[in-house]
Design a protein. Structure first.
Length: 252
């Protein structure tokens, strides 16, 4: 069912969205963003970036709008009905004060852990970006034949502008489109796990990455102090649990 929906939708999706797409990754987006920032500094051209994330994104989706969007993107009605029926009467219980509450119905959001959920959510993001974008109006000229209005990965958005006015206009449009389908901007940025500072440098990102690696190392103190584990095993654990944290996004 997911493959059938992708066949209908992928060609219509915003090209600058890399989330959950074949042969696209976080590091591609981070590297592209850093190149744009470095070029802007080198050419002394203005660049404004609005980093946007959504609070409790998967839990906030308005389902009625989602079913309409599935049809809008050309997903067969039979598939829409199957998905919609799977959500009808969806109930859950939570543990509060050590006790299980009574069952209550969940009327918003998509299922956490469901194979379809990331794709369904991305349709909402794609619609927001298309709805809030006027071609050529809120874009930066990156190459002679290419304009960019943002670099997106799932619900992590980096919106690009050349003027403050463009940024304000696009931000207002994105906020309005988001609110119309139940999504809100977070109030308080790390882009795809990598810190971006206003000067375009990577010093802050390096320090943050070292700090996270140090934290990962200290959490495994019992492993490093163990006399029952060989040095070879400790090195393997270090490479898997600490080195990967330290080197995340190093390509950028």
């Amino acid at each position: 069912m997911l493959n059938r929906m992708k066949d209908c939708v992928d060609a219509q999706r915003h090209d600058q969205q890399a989330g959950f797409r074949k042969d696209r990754s976080c590091t591609d987006q981070i590297a592209t963003l850093r190149i744009i920032m470095e070029q802007s500094i080198e050419w002394n051209s203005s660049l404004y970036i609005n980093f946007t994330d959504y609070e409790k994104a998967f839990d906030s989706v308005d389902r009625t709008t989602l079913w309409k969007l599935l049809r809008h993107y050309g997903v067969p009605q039979k598939i829409v009905n199957i998905i919609q029926n799977s959500y009808d009467g969806l109930n859950c219980k939570i543990v509060h004060g050590g006790q299980l509450t009574d069952s209550f119905e969940i009327k918003t959001g998509v299922r956490q852990g469901c194979l379809l959920s990331p794709f369904l959510f991305l349709l909402m993001i794609d619609w927001i970006m298309k709805t809030s974008t006027s071609e050529g109006k809120h874009e930066i000229q990156w190459t002679s034949g290419m304009q960019l209005d943002g670099l997106d990965f799932a619900n992590d958005l980096a919106l690009l502008y050349q003027t403050q006015q463009q940024m304000q206009e696009k931000t207002t449009s994105v906020a309005a489109a988001s609110a119309s389908i139940g999504l809100e901007d977070v109030k308080t940025f790390t882009y795809l796990g990598s810190n971006i500072d206003e000067h375009g440098g990577s010093g802050g990102a390096v320090k943050a990455r070292i700090g996270k690696a140090r934290g990962a190392y200290l959490q495994l103190s019992n492993v490093w102090n163990s006399k029952q584990l060989s040095t070879n095993i400790k090195v393997r654990i270090f490479n898997t649990n600490v080195k990967t944290v330290l080197l995340y996004g190093v390509e950028t």
